[in-house]
Design a protein around this ligand. Structure first.
Ligand code: TXA
Ligand code: MG
Length: 329
């Protein structure tokens, strides 16, 4: 049985035992599903890179179930900025890049002197991480459970579609946040935002008392920060509301092109033959469904997606970022 009920204690125990034995286990977090391996076992971590087709020098996030477990990988008490953010926002959709303790999780960190740490809020993730910790596994390295460059999974069946039926997948339902965690680099004199997410920049800044810097050239390699990433199979094009309306008007009367889909907040109807999904009014709702919508389009044979550019408001920064990267592929 590859897909296990994440709400069952027995499943959690078996999954924790599998992780401890060095096997891969996919599990839900509040952001997206992760493909996990014990962070202290180089072989297990290597299996993640192999399964994803991910370059070895792209570091993974290590997931922990407590501040104490996080301290195994980094001296958080000695890092005021990271400590402050962790106290305020963990467990939650925030990853902190911090200096790594020498000798721990080197393979998971992709050879960097730093490490990405996150204490996720999802109850299934927490149960798994705590059960693994009880077996002596302090942290679970887990990138999003998709093949390199593809859209992150927000349902257990997305993970199965990526990796097939052999992989153990804990099913925790649909991810509440829907896009990957916000990443803050705390290894510099002034913290920088490496990847926007649904934990908004302004909230982090209000805790820090300073503006987050841009990553700049010094940022280590991070697939989530590559221009072209998070791509559906279909080509995706971002257009403002007017451009989209005009493009649709041009098509009026004629035969609609095959495999065209529209995902828009202001357009509410399209000609027959065009696939349509209404983009939600609220950023949180749009984020929650975004990757699922893109996967549905792919599954329906869509080849070109016209997406209305989301509003310029701060709440939409994470969604805008993912769509811009998808459009750049
Ligand atoms: O929400 C999330 O963050 C999900 C769930 C599963 O937790 N995980 C996720 O992992 O999105 P992944 O591997 O797809 O993206 C992790 C990002 C990458 O861009 C990676 O390069 C960056 O975090 N990262 C991890 N460790 C880093 C480090 N030491 N320095 C710089 N970037 C790092
Ligand atoms: Mg990813």
């Amino acid at each position: 049985m590859p897909v296990w009920d994440g709400s069952s204690e027995l499943s959690i125990r078996h999954a924790a035992e599998a992780l401890t034995a060095g096997r891969l286990v996919a599990f839900p977090t509040e952001t997206v599903y992760g493909l996990g391996a014990r962070a202290d076992a180089d072989d297990a971590v290597a299996a993640i890179y192999a399964a994803k087709g991910r370059p070895r020098d792209h570091p993974l996030i290590v997931h922990v179930g407590s501040l104490e477990a996080a301290s195994h990988f980094a001296d958080l008490a000695a890092l005021p900025v990271a400590h402050m953010l962790a106290s305020q926002f963990w467990p939650g959709p925030l990853t902190l890049i911090v200096p790594r303790r020498p000798g721990v999780a080197g393979a998971a960190a992709g050879g960097q002197g730093s490490i990405g740490l996150r204490w996720p809020a999802h109850p299934v993730a927490q149960a798994l991480l705590q059960a693994a910790a009880a077996l002596g596994v302090a942290g679970v390295a887990a990138p999003s459970a998709n093949r390199f460059g593809r859209v992150s999974p927000t349902l257990a069946r997305h993970v199965v579609a990526e990796f097939g039926p052999e992989l153990i997948v804990l099913d925790g339902g649909a991810c509440r946040v829907g896009i990957e965690s916000t990443i803050v680099d705390c290894t510099r004199a002034h913290p920088a935002l490496l990847r926007p997410g649904m934990l908004e920049r302004s909230l982090i800044e209000s805790v820090l008392g300073e503006a987050l810097r841009e990553p700049g050239g010094a940022a280590p390699r991070a697939p989530g920060t590559l221009e072209a990433h998070y791509a559906p199979q279909a080509r995706l094009r971002l257009m403002d509301s007017r451009m989209l309306q005009q493009a649709l008007e041009v098509l009026q009367g004629g035969e609609p092109p095959k495999g065209l889909a529209v995902y828009s907040r202001t357009v509410r109807r399209v000609a027959p033959g065009i696939v349509f999904r209404a983009m939600p009014e609220q950023a949180a709702d749009a984020a929650r469904e975004l990757f699922s919508v893109l996967r549905d389009f792919d599954a329906g044979g869509v080849r070109l997606i016209w997406v209305e550019t989301p509003p310029p408001e701060p709440a939409w920064e994470g969604v805008r970022d993912r769509l811009q990267r998808a459009a750049a592929s």
